[in-house]
Write a protein that binds this ligand. Structure first.
Ligand code: HMG
Length: 435
């Protein structure tokens, strides 16, 4: 059977599903049921979701959880998190509660500059191009005025445009490297529109002024934003670090060693940072931001010194334990899905309608809290104890446990270590007894 198709995009949603049923899903009734059971009964809401992307057949749910008790710069937040992995929300909540009684999180936005580039080639003399750029630089700003005037009214816009000679890397390769302030917008559309205008201006003016051949290759923003940086930090006296009678100093030292290992060992750094991204991605997703852009930018930043390294750092000085994160984050609280997706709107309301700077701080805190919880578990009980405790419900659902079975098993594992096999064994025992 030919499984390719031309014109799929033009079919109705029902026709797309029928085609998939025939060609890929063996006309299985359960597949059709799965697809349709996730449709929203509110037709307008369903249409909104259908139109977010292309070729939509159904909705893909993720749970939206909330981690309360985050004290950030003396203000309390309940942070919304959209994520599929168990124990992440619990870990964030636990870290928030821990730091609530130790002064909370302190944060600071260090910079907010975003970047975009027009990549082009030129086969004439570099010196001519440099002189030419200087003479037409003001035209870039003038020609982009219709695009920038509203952003300028709000206090943002184009900050600067530089000509960069990259011919050492690739023969004839140059860039217009532009910097922008986009305020509460993530800025992708604004930046890309400006860049495409710069490219037109560059090409138009070059025709008469330059001897060599100038070819525009592409114009696009960069998701690497090392000048759009936020910092979050927690600190307390070392002896306040543990709750019970365990040894605070020993815990602090081990914690610092765990961070130091992630600073020098890329295999560990990747997992360490993955734990940080558990928190960051979940808030970025819940607030309708582009988590792929955030991921790409943050991982590039983790490699900025030539080796992939930890995004968090820790120290003990004069008996004070300090733990902090510094990351690049380009986020928006206007535009995109922020007004369009009802749950994004709700998530932003829950956070008190933050502006983009506030959201940067909240997201950085979520990453730091997540890392604190993971490292606390890793260096004390090990990760499995807490993670599996939270994962228990997934195992029970996998084996279709009844409500009664769930109740008995959850009670049993309050005093026993959760492992996949121990849960299955307990379930089998219960089922044998009840038969
Ligand atoms: P615990 O001490 O067993 O929890 O920790 P507890 O039952 O004593 O409760 C203490 C608090 O934890 C609660 O306070 C909640 O804040 C939170 P309360 O609400 O009672 O006032 N909490 C919960 N919140 C919501 N729902 C729950 C819940 N249970 C506790 N059901 C916990 C259990 C899982 C929190 C702890 O073991 C932990 O933080 N573990 C770390 C888990 C983690 O990092 N998970 C991420 C997945 S693993 C991974 O991907 C990353 C990793 O590889 C990264 C790395 O290597 O660095 C680890």
């Amino acid at each position: 059977m030919d499984k390719s198709i031309s014109g799929f995009s033009k079919l109705l949603k029902s026709e797309k599903i029928d085609w998939l049923m025939q060609h890929y899903l063996s006309n299985s009734k359960s597949a059709k049921r799965t697809i349709t059971q996730y449709w929203n009964t509110d037709k307008k809401l369903q249409q909104l979701h259908d139109e977010f992307i292309e070729n939509t057949i159904t909705n893909y749910y993720l749970p939206l959880g909330v981690a309360p008790n985050f004290l950030i710069n003396n203000k309390l937040y309940a942070i919304p998190m959209a994520i599929e992995e168990s124990s992440v929300v619990a870990a964030a909540s636990k870290a928030a509660k821990f730091w609530l009684s130790r002064g909370g999180f302190k944060t600071e936005v260090i910079s907010t500059t975003k970047i975009g580039q027009v990549h082009f080639s030129y086969n004439g003399a570099a010196e001519d191009l440099k002189i030419y750029f200087k003479t037409i630089k003001s035209k870039f700003f003038e020609d982009a005025k219709p695009l920038t005037k509203n952003m300028e009214k709000r206090g943002g816009g184009i900050l600067d445009i530089e000509l960069r000679d990259k011919t050492e890397a690739i023969d004839g390769y140059y860039q217009l490297h532009a910097t922008f302030e986009t305020l509460d917008a993530m800025g992708a559309n604004f930046i890309n529109s400006c860049l495409e205008q710069f490219a037109k201006t560059l090409k138009r003016e070059a025709e008469n002024a330059l001897e060599g051949n100038l070819t525009i290759i592409m114009s696009i923003l960069s998701n690497y934003v090392p000048d759009c940086i936020v910092r979050a930090e927690v600190s307390c006296k070392v002896d306040q670090l543990v709750e019970s009678n365990s040894n605070a100093e020993e815990f602090a030292k081990k914690f610092i060693q765990a961070v130091a290992i992630a600073e020098v060992e890329p295999y560990r750094a990747v997992t360490h940072n993955k734990g940080i991204m558990n928190g960051i991605d979940a808030v970025v997703l819940a607030t309708g931001n582009d988590f792929r852009a955030v991921e790409a930018g943050i991982h590039a930043y983790a490699s900025k010194d030539g080796r992939y390294s930890s995004l968090t750092h820790a120290s003990i000085e004069n008996g004070v334990f300090k733990f902090w994160i510094e990351i690049p984050l380009a986020l928006g609280t206007v535009g995109g899905l922020t007004k369009l997706h009802p749950l994004v709107s709700l998530a932003l309301d829950l956070l008190g309608k933050p502006n983009s700077k506030e959201l940067m701080q909240i997201v950085a805190v979520a990453g730091l809290a997540q890392n604190f919880a993971a490292l606390k578990s890793l260096t004390t009980t090990g990760i499995q104890e807490g993670h599996m405790k939270m994962h228990l419900m997934n195992i029970l659902n996998q084996f279709n446990a009844s409500e009664n079975e769930k109740k008995q098993i959850i009670s049993h594992f309050k005093t026993h270590i959760v492992t996949h096999s121990a849960v299955v064994e307990k379930l089998e025992t219960l089922r044998v007894v009840s038969n």
